[in-house]
Design a protein. Structure first.
Length: 103
């Protein structure tokens, strides 16, 4: 199965992607961080560098991969638990604005 994981390098995605690859799925893992591309490649996924706020690029990335399934694991959570409250507005934005681009 061809699976597109939006948020492939995030807090959940980085654990999910290797599991999907291990099950022999073809996985495209989206990240907006250029620094995470090599990490996704090492997991066995096809890295997709794309910002969810760029609707045209997002639609094109999904269209180009032609997935059977899309898994949405988009978050904007900090690496350190103590920073969650201070950065909650960023995660709220991705939930409201970024998620609207998936329609």
């Amino acid at each position: 199965m061809r699976i597109f994981v939006a948020g492939g390098s995030g807090v959940i995605g980085r654990h999910l992607v290797p599991l999907l690859v291990a099950e022999k799925h073809v996985v495209a893992a989206m990240t907006r961080s250029e620094g995470r591309v090599d990490e996704l490649h090492a997991m066995g996924a096809l890295p997709v560098l794309c910002d969810v706020y760029d609707r045209d690029a997002l639609v094109q990335a999904v269209f180009d991969f032609a997935p059977d399934l899309i898994i949405d694991q988009l978050t904007d959570l900090p690496d350190h638990l103590g920073d969650v409250c201070a950065q909650s507005a960023r995660n709220n934005r991705i939930r409201r604005t970024g998620m609207a681009n998936r329609n």
